[in-house]
Design a protein around this ligand. Sequence first.
Ligand code: GAP
Length: 514
Amino acid sequence: MANNDDQFKKVISHAKEYGYVFQSSEIYDGLSAVYDYAQNGAELKKNIRDYWWKAMVQMHDNIVGIDAAIFMHPTTWKASGHVDAFNDPLIDNKDSKKRYRADVLVEDYCAKIETKIDKEVAKAEKRFGDAFNKQEFITTNQRVLGYQEKIDTILSRLAKSLENEDLADVKALIEELEIADPLTGSRNWTDVKQFNLMFGTKLGASAESAMDLYLRPETAQGIFVNFLNVQKTGRMKIPFGIAQTGKAFRNEIVARQFIFRMREFEQMEMQFFIKPGTQKEWFDYWKDTRLKWHKSLGLGEDNYRFHDHEKLAHYADAATDIEFKFPFGFKELEGIHSRTDFDLKQHEEYSGKKLQYFDHEEGKSYVPYVLETSIGLDRMFLAVFSNALVEEELEDGSKRDVLKLPAVLAPTKAAILPLVRKDEALTNMAKAIVDDLKWDFNVFYDEKDAVGKRYRRQDAAGTPFCITVDGESLEDNTVTIRHRDTMEQKRVKVSELRDIIKKEVDVREWLMKM
Ligand code: GAP
């Protein structure tokens, strides 16, 4: 079994080999932390986006979707607090000249302790077999408790120092823990400094008249500034939501872990406008609803956990992350934030325009509170993709790589394969099936190589079905349909194909599991 590092490397190379993700500008040796989605990746990404949009917008009659511009008036970012407070604490290593996020160095240190806990659990699981009770073990085993206490102490000190802007203490913590540069082992650190993550650019042709702009670091502000426009034109009644998906940009100090942390990425965000005082109830509702959405995809119940924030962002009165077990450990996948009335009030103040809602039931106007759900599309892609890639040993001792993507998200739903390339009757029949099925699904025609090799290729590319046309097909209009995960083959009528595929890939079937 590959270790986590090897597994992650395999994920990255598989993503390239099967046309999912390429390094951006690769012919010029790439651009750090910027990636391009290839032919299969673009489809997978689109399917994830659609799955989110359908669940959030189409299935909620009180949520509508918008598509705001990336460029926004620069005052937006002053009002939102990003100009003054959207910073990460950075630290440089004087020997290697490498720059790191100070908080990430500490978090990675804790992740290593967590690996020790995982090892203790795995050892005990082996020892006790079926009688093993994980929950009991981690709450009573002295060694595990010791490790956990160490993690908690470190993280709560880090949270406190960051909250108080006590950057000297963050550096002291790094020194006390003897954290070294991961690349060189050097402990020769500079002081910790704050670094603003927004990218600046200019609007306008001449140097004198050009206006300084920022590339948006989150899509949320496009929703806030349009709150009243949407509420009025859509005659929306509180509680209601506005959703959007789109690009966001952050000049991340530590951009690594493939598409987990990028400088240009895509968010899927929803702001839910509510009556002040109801935020706790909606916070719980959206925590529950969003977790159910994740779980509907069947990536494994144990692969999720909530992480409640100790250090709250400048706009929040409660916040939690849905963390997912990536190949490099549990990390944030989605954020759920109770943003109070911070953003709307700030925009009222900076724009001089009222951003209030008249509540007919209450008989008064107020600035609504906001509950936000915010998920990175690229991170979701990585969660789905890395979870799907498995190596299986077959009965004959051979191995196969299979990308067990949820069928609803798979880029290609079925590959149509004539058994023999040289038989024109077979290829014609296979092409006719492609021409018919492509009205409903993304399908792929492949006639090259032996059929076994073609199956393997489709398994590795994540295609849920292979449909093979053979001599018998010409006689009775039947084909074999092979399932990617079970490798089971069934003889079915060509006229049944559409319904068989639809049953497995239909969004309704998947979202009904929520
Ligand atoms: N509007 C709130 C907001 O932007 P956030 O926690 O900073 O909150 C939300 O970001 C989500 O966006 C994260 O949970 C993550 O999935 C994604 N995200 C943030 N920064 C990212 C980056 N540099 N690369 C990829 N995804 C990122």
